[in-house]
Design a protein. Structure first.
Length: 424
């Protein structure tokens, strides 16, 4: 790249030109930004808690109004009848993760769903009981797997195989994942990994991992907390067995909002697949006969236990409507540019010492960049905060930033760079 062009890219004018050319730039106005000294904060934390869509309030208010007006009749009379509230999310979720309508449902929260899915898809035998996961997985996932393994009478130290980065490295080699699956193929029950690792931002090759797991006679499941709404997914075509996610990160549905699951049709349609049951998973036609004998719906809905948590789902609707309009392909395209721009600018910062541990290859990452500090990390994080940058600090020594294509712009990234550059 000629020096002149490069220097041009280090200017606010360049960032503004990029924003002018961005077809998605108007979506930013559909979200509330936290304020810092009377201006929008530089919000780079959508991987932790997405911003509030301005349309969320009207949808929540609608449910309150319908409750006031109809009482119990709201189950059928509400604008979005509560009886089938979960249906209002199905098509959007199917589009987001690349699934059929039979394969997804919005319900519960992530860790709860992970347990419910493991009840169905981690069915260890004396011969096949091992689980492969990534080292440094999110703690909730570690605890879930540890206790599932114990529940079945196995020792986590023996049953759980963690794939770790090589010495001196921070992310995983695909070839190491493959080798571990092949090596354990006679004892492997399940490969269960994050889609995008929360700490490093590394995105795994879900299709290839699934294929290898199947070749080893095991199943493949994924925690998509950091992948959904971030990467273009094709879970059905990739033959992924199951997945779960939360909706408060890239899906902007509010703190603790409803999670979602994917179960591949080949399992979801079968009455032979074991699931823990509640009335909302029972065949819709006969649900209110209140009879003995669980007859599961022939879809992911059969994993539902309880009736829909309307107030915990209303904001989810507001956000998914926006995703439907924009589409993941356009978001992913912008994301590629936005994150590459952040990376390029960060490489210009020489007076603070850190290393970007997120893979440079765009196929192996989403929005997020993780900056690893040997020292001063927490101090830099706090200084950024003081200057109106909302990022996130992860123990022991990482600042994560995530320029989110739905509402962040190039100028946000530029301003972040300028603040970093001027830190003492
Ligand atoms: C955010 C996150 C969770 C959070 O789980 P909850 O049950 O929603 O509290 C779990 N796993 C991963 C990988 C996450 O990133």
């Amino acid at each position: 790249m000629p020096i002149k062009d490069h220097n041009l890219k280090l200017t606010r004018e360049y960032a503004r030109e990029m924003d002018d050319a961005d077809q998605l730039s108007a979506y930013r106005d559909q979200f509330y930004f936290p304020q810092h000294k009377g201006k929008n904060a530089i919000y780079l934390c959508g991987n932790s808690l997405g911003l509030q869509p301005k349309s969320a309030k009207a949808i929540i208010d609608q449910e309150l109004a319908d409750w006031a007006e109809f009482g119990v009749e709201g189950h059928f009379e509400a604008k979005r009848p509560w009886f089938k509230y979960h249906h209002f999310f199905t098509e959007s979720l199917a589009r987001l993760v690349g699934a059929t309508d039979k394969e997804v449902v919005a319900m519960n929260t992530l860790t709860v769903n992970l347990h419910l899915l493991m009840i169905s898809f981690y069915r260890p035998t004396k011969q096949r009981y091992k689980i492969i996961m990534e080292a440094g997985a999110f703690p909730s996932d570690m605890y879930a797997m540890e206790t599932q393994v114990r529940m079945h009478g196995f020792d986590p130290n023996d049953a759980i195989i963690e794939i770790a980065p090589r010495k001196g490295e921070h992310t995983l080699h695909q070839s190491d994942i493959e080798a571990a699956i092949k090596k354990n193929k006679n004892k492997l029950a399940l490969v269960l990994m994050g889609g995008v690792n929360y700490y490093t931002g590394q995105y795994f090759d879900l299709q290839r991992i699934t294929q290898l797991a199947h070749e080893a006679g095991a199943l493949a499941g994924f925690d998509l907390a950091h992948a959904v709404g971030n990467k273009v997914l094709h879970l059905h075509d990739w033959k992924v067995d199951f997945a779960c996610w939360c909706s408060y990160k890239y899906l902007n549905s509010g703190p603790g909002a409803v999670g979602g699951i994917f179960v591949h049709e080949k399992h979801a349609k079968s009455a032979k697949t074991f699931r823990l049951a509640g009335w909302w998973g029972h065949d819709e036609q006969t649900r209110f006969k209140m009879k003995k004998g669980f007859k599961p719906m022939k879809s992911a809905e059969s994993w539902q236990m309880s009736n829909a948590q309307v107030f915990n789902m209303a904001a989810h609707k507001a956000s998914l409507d926006i995703f439907d309009e924009v589409g993941m392909n356009r978001l992913a395209e912008k994301s590629l540019q936005l994150t590459a721009y952040a990376e390029m600018l960060l490489h210009e910062i020489k007076h603070i010492s850190f290393k970007i541990i997120t893979p440079m290859d765009p196929l192996q990452r989403g929005c997020q960049l993780s900056l690893l500090f040997k020292s001063r990390g927490k101090e830099v994080f706090e200084l950024l905060q003081k200057h109106g940058v909302i990022a996130d600090w992860r123990e022991p020594n990482v600042i994560r930033i995530a320029p989110v294509p739905l509402y962040n712009n190039f100028e946000d990234v530029y301003t972040f760079y300028e603040i970093m550059k001027n830190l003492k």
